[in-house]
Ligand binder design. Structure first.
Ligand code: NDP
Length: 322
């Protein structure tokens, strides 16, 4: 089969289309013919070495496809079933081995493409808004990169909770998308100082929570927007990892809470994974959550997909079609 293989860390050119042996599912594993693979920013961290991986490896964590075979011990899934997944390393490939406990059955009204576009970023948006800082009616939240994959979904979920949503975006086109997702105040942070722009609307230190997946470029300034006992949720490094800070700095800025969540700890059990997934599927089916697929690439063009994502030219979800 064909798969993308990374033999050494580096830029997008390290994503090489390669003929490899078909994988064989082991105990409690499922072999899937992939229909779509989700591209996520974490895939670029794996490729670049920011999050080190054993080499060589096939990147990609997320996808959807049709079951070809199941390994010994798998009773809940059968060949022919369509499943999706968010935690199966090796998803940029024609065939993927998925751990049985990560297989998410798809309801009839959710297509494989929608599932591959929704789940990883959707579960992230779900846990950020419902558990990391559970948003309530009237809470003010700031979401950086509001037109990105997580950003568009998080904005919609925050609006469902009744929050007042501030977003930052990198272009006019992205501003329209963010406003379309429900953001109340959209700030073009390449042209405007986002702290000043927020303060003009709210006064000083009036934001309850910041969801920051941008990192280095936004983290420190954000701390000065939070209300006393507000929360900084730093959940990604799109512009590079945020700088180290002293715990004492949090006291000086108003007894702030600082957390650095990661998805695995919020879908630590199968019931939790299925419960978040069920909410997402229900919201899509009810027309309350729109899933935007902003770009699709052939498997051979995985490097282009990474260039687009890291070059800030994408909106919503990026998919690879194996
Ligand atoms: P996005 O679709 O949001 O793409 C990243 C966006 O970040 C860009 O489109 C761009 O938007 C913005 N950005 C700002 N500065 C830069 C920069 N220097 N280089 C590149 N992009 C920049 O990606 P995802 O939705 O996949 O992920 C968003 C963030 O969430 C990432 O940091 C990711 O690692 C994190 N994440 C964390 C998870 C967790 O559980 N902790 C799970 C999933 C994602 P703009 O042009 O508008 O500035």
């Amino acid at each position: 089969m064909k798969a993308i293989v990374v033999s050494e860390p580096g830029g997008p050119e390290k994503l090489v289309l390669t003929e490899v042996r078909d994988p064989i599912p082991g105990d409690d594993e499922i072999l899937v013919s992939a229909i779509a693979a989700g591209v996520n920013f974490i895939d670029t961290y794996h490729r670049s070495g920011l999050y080190p991986m054993d080499l060589p490896f096939t990147p990609g964590l997320e996808g959807a496809g049709t079951i070809l075979a199941v390994g010994p011990g798998v009773a809940a899934h059968r060949p022919g079933d369509v499943i999706a997944w968010t935690r199966a390393v090796g998803s940029y490939a024609e065939k993927v081995v998925v751990p049985c406990d990560q297989a998410i059955p798809l309801p009839d009204n959710i297509s494989p493409s929608t599932a591959a576009a929704l789940l990883l970023q959707g579960i992230t948006a779900h846990y950020l808004a419902t558990d990391t800082f559970p948003l309530r009616e009237g809470d003010r939240c700031l979401i950086h990169a509001g037109a990105g994959g997580v950003g568009l979904l998080l904005t919609q979920i925050a609006k469902m909770a009744g929050a007042e949503v501030f977003t930052t975006v990198g272009s006019q086109e992205k501003a329209l998308l963010s406003a379309g997702a429900g953001a109340d105040h959209v700030i073009l942070y390449n042209d405007t100082d986002f702290k000043e722009a927020v303060e003009q609307i709210t006064g000083s230190r009036a934001i309850d929570v910041i969801y920051d997946g941008v990192g280095a470029a936004t983290f420190l300034k954000g701390l000065d927007l939070l209300r006393t006992r507000g929360m900084m949720v730093t959940f990604g490094n799109a512009s590079g990892p945020p700088p180290d800070i002293s715990p004492l700095a949090l006291a000086g800025k108003g007894s702030l809470f600082l957390t650095r969540p990661t998805m695995a700890h919020y879908v630590a059990t199968r019931p939790e994974l299925l419960s978040r997934t069920r909410d997402l599927f229900d919201w899509v089916a009810e027309g309350r959550l729109d899933v935007r697929i902003g770009a699709e690439f052939a498997l051979a063009d995985a490097a282009e997909a990474h260039r687009a994502l890291e070059g800030r030219s994408t909106t919503g979800k990026v998919l690879i079609r194996p």
